[in-house]
Design a protein around this ligand. Structure first.
Ligand code: PMP
Ligand code: GLU
Length: 400
């Protein structure tokens, strides 16, 4: 008997989640594995945020709450959008979900009709195409090579739009590359988008606060106000506030889309946890100074990893502008033979070799739609990063 629905045949499990779980399981078995596959900060949730959650529990905030968010959280998000992004959203243009991933899922389920097209610049965060497929849409993957800093150009965008295009997915700073769209680049994309009123834009700003070198964050709805009624501006507390396990994301979007997402939520999750909502109010309204401390650590680790990787024959690595991932090219090792005599023919085989020979867990580029690359997260200690790069160098030196 096959009990599983046909729609599941369209998708695969998340590689980022899967590889991370596998690597941690190997470590739990006592294997010497360095896990650089995780998409989360290595810092704990700041104490004031944890305290807000325990206060909420003590205070009896333990019952159902509105799916779109408690009034306090809705107001905190509204002020955040205004203060950080110069975006003025009414409360009925804001919704809270069970993580940014769930916001994307609900938005796609709420808007996509069978075979509607979604433009996804590659490399992309692994979940975009599969969420689109689950919603019966058609991912249109546009490869954005390294020489354009892995970003989609206005020409590429224009050439990809058809009368079936429903969404463009934008993610800046990007997972997996850390690339950041400048104001000028967003304006160029906006000029194209203004010509095609059928296209909605998902602006995935989840890494907004993790940016280096004094670069400036920009989001499309603020850059081109005429597009605001077609933008979904996505954010959440997972990355900036080190709250990946609390499962809370949110967005601002046109009110019909928010109402449709809320309808889905009312029949599925109802809401995220009331305790996570109380914690998120403190995260968003409370002190923000620790973010700079975290970013100082991420910056130091970024520079360490980029320089160590660029010292390895066969690899080359751009310097990311944000987030906490590097996306080095492994073109120089493709075609070489491992000491066991196996030829490395793609980035997945290279990552398998690194895991088997040196216990390095990262994610192969094919999972993000652009090869031959791999993603390492540098949200871990300097010691682990130094050890990891030493092992990768040793593994590469053994290739013939
Ligand atoms: N977008 C991107 C680009 C991400 O990397 C993540 C983290 N997995 C998310 C959205 C969603 O994060 P969360 O569901 O934890 O809010
Ligand atoms: N966003 C993280 C990553 O890319 C977390 C895992 C996930 O939800 O995909 O690794």
């Amino acid at each position: 008997m096959n009990f599983i629905a046909d729609r599941l045949k369209r998708i695969k499990p998340s590689m980022t989640v899967g590889i991370n779980v596998k690597a941690n399981a190997l470590r739990a078995e006592g294997k010497d594995v360095l896990v650089l596959a995780a998409g989360e900060p290595d810092f704990d949730t700041p104490i004031n945020i944890r305290k807000a959650a325990s206060d909420a529990m003590e205070d009896g905030q333990t019952r159902y709450v509105p799916g779109k968010g408690t009034p306090a959280l809705q107001k905190a998000i509204q002020s955040k959008f205004l203060k950080d992004n110069n975006l003025n959203y009414d409360l009925d243009e804001i919704i809270v979900g069970v993580g940014g991933k769930h916001i994307i899922y609900n938005a796609m389920m709420a808007t996509i009709n069978p075979n509607d097209e979604v433009i996804i610049p590659a490399p992309f965060w692994v979940s975009y195409p599969d969420i689109v497929l689950l919603a019966e849409g058609k991912p249109i993957v546009v490869k954005c090579p390294e020489n354009q800093n892995f970003k989609i150009t206005a020409d590429q965008l224009e050439n990809s739009i058809t009368d079936k295009t429903k969404w463009l997915m934008l993610n800046s700073p990007s997972n997996p590359t850390g690339s950041l769209y400048s104001k000028k680049e967003l304006k160029e994309l906006a000029e194209v988008l203004l010509k095609y009123p059928q296209v909605l834009i998902m602006s995935d700003d989840i890494y907004e606060k993790i940016i280096y070198d004094n670069l400036e964050f920009n989001t499309l709805a603020a850059i081109e106000p005429k597009l605001k009624d077609r933008c979904l501006t996505l954010n959440g507390v997972s990355k900036a506030y080190c709250m990946t396990g609390w499962r809370l994301g949110y967005c601002g979007a046109p009110k019909e889309i928010i109402a449709a997402m809320n309808k889905i939520q009312s029949q599925s999750t109802t809401s995220t946890s009331s305790i996570s909502m109380a914690a998120a109010v403190e995260a968003i309204n409370g002190p923000q100074e620790f973010i700079k401390d975290h970013n100082d650590a991420f910056l130091r680790r970024r520079d360490l990893v980029v320089s160590l990787l660029n010292n390895i024959d066969g690899l080359s690595c751009l310097t990311p502008e944000g987030a906490f991932y590097v996306y080095p090219s492994c073109e120089g090792v493709i075609g070489k033979k491992t000491p066991d005599g196996n030829r490395i023919s793609n980035d997945e085989e290279f990552m398998n070799y690194l895991l088997d020979s040196e216990g390095i867990a990262g994610v192969h580029g094919a999972a993000f739609g652009l090869s031959p690359y791999f993603r390492l997260s540098y949200a871990t200690s300097d010691e682990i990063l130094t050890d990891a790069c030493k092992r990768i160098k040793r593994a590469c030196e053994k290739l013939k």
